[in-house]
Design a protein around this ligand. Structure first.
Ligand code: MN
Ligand code: MN
Length: 316
């Protein structure tokens, strides 16, 4: 097992010491030789309400210090069979969102060309568009598990086509998605129009509003999602505001009555067995949660995503 990178143990250097990489993994300059890479996108120029997600990657890395290498619930052992590292942050341009989108696209094109699966620490949800553009170049249109309080299907925001509330609309227009294999989970709140959630349904998406998730396990839902999404590449995009603000107050556009932390785990664990080609955890905005609990949740969800990647073995 020594051939695979391992997270630095809390018994070798205290968890509050050392270099604050994701899961205390080694830093690598590029994705060369990696099966999966954690990548930060410190960007919030696409936010429409409260900014702060540019600080997300750093706090997620800090809060990931407590993560140990084995998943006690699923017995997944990602570091037994995958070479994983933290390849740092995409050098986005904080003054120019459109340039940032192109910079992210270039970066992910390179990562995917190395046969490396990217797991992204966001950053605002605008990053989904350039990541999906790179995914399409590599895999063709992908299936998508989109967990979010919002549909992110606005055509324009302040007249702009690129913003954190528009990536799904652009993705459909640009044929980045296999629309019959797209599910949106956790949508809720108030809308610009009463039929806001009908547009994604018209594209062929399955839309699961938060109300349909209340008071229940999401395991049966995920059985159906697996059936719907199997047979092709799947990307997982997880907006932390899908969770109730009681669990995840550290985000820019909070909505009440959201998912619970156990339901978030059920969703990601329920994606096991799909051909997952990448994932992200976006919209953690540390200024609104000085406790760090939102970022702690985000770090754990990224670990859970790692645990369901193809090729990860489960110890018996
Ligand atoms: Mn979103
Ligand atoms: Mn959202």
């Amino acid at each position: 097992m020594a051939e695979f990178n391992q997270p630095l143990s809390g018994n070798d250097i205290p968890r509050f010491g050392g270099i604050a990489t994701m899961m205390r993994l080694p830093v690598r300059e590029s994705a060369v030789g990696l099966d999966a890479a954690f990548i930060g996108v410190p960007m919030d120029s696409g936010t429409s309400n409260r900014p702060g997600a540019r600080l997300g990657p750093r706090q997620i890395r800090d809060e990931s210090r407590m993560l140990r290498p084995y998943n006690m619930a699923t017995r997944a052992a990602p570091f037994d069979s995958l070479q994983v590292a933290d390849i740092g942050d995409v050098p986005v341009n904080p003054f120019n969102l459109h340039k940032s989108v192109d910079i992210i696209h270039d970066c992910y094109r390179d990562v995917l060309s190395r046969n490396c699966t990217p797991l992204t620490l966001g950053g605002d949800h605008t990053l989904l568009l350039p990541v999906l553009r790179a995914m399409r170049e590599r895999h063709g249109p992908v299936g998508l598990i989109h967990v979010d309080a919002h549909a992110d299907i606005n055509d324009l925001m302040f007249g702009e086509k690129i913003a954190h509330g528009t990536p799904l609309r652009r993705a459909v227009e640009e044929d980045l998605l296999d629309c019959r294999r797209v599910v949106q989970i956790g949508l809720r709140g108030t809308g610009y129009a009463a039929d806001d959630f009908d547009w994604p349904r018209q594209q062929g998406f399955r839309v699961v509003p938060a109300e349909d998730c209340w008071h229940r396990s999401l395991k049966p839902l995920m059985e159906q999602v697996r059936e719907q999404l199997q047979g092709g590449p799947v990307y997982v995009s997880f907006d932390i505001d899908s969770l109730d603000p009681a669990f995840a107050p550290g985000t820019g556009t909070a909505e009440i009555a959201g998912l619970t932390a156990p339901q978030a785990l059920e969703i990601i664990r329920g994606a096991h067995g799909l051909d997952i080609v990448g994932g992200d955890l976006v919209e953690v905005a540390p200024p609104y949660d000085p406790s760090g609990n939102t970022a702690l949740l985000g770090a754990n969800l990224l670990f859970e995503l790692l645990c369901v990647l193809p090729g990860v073995k489960r110890r018996s």
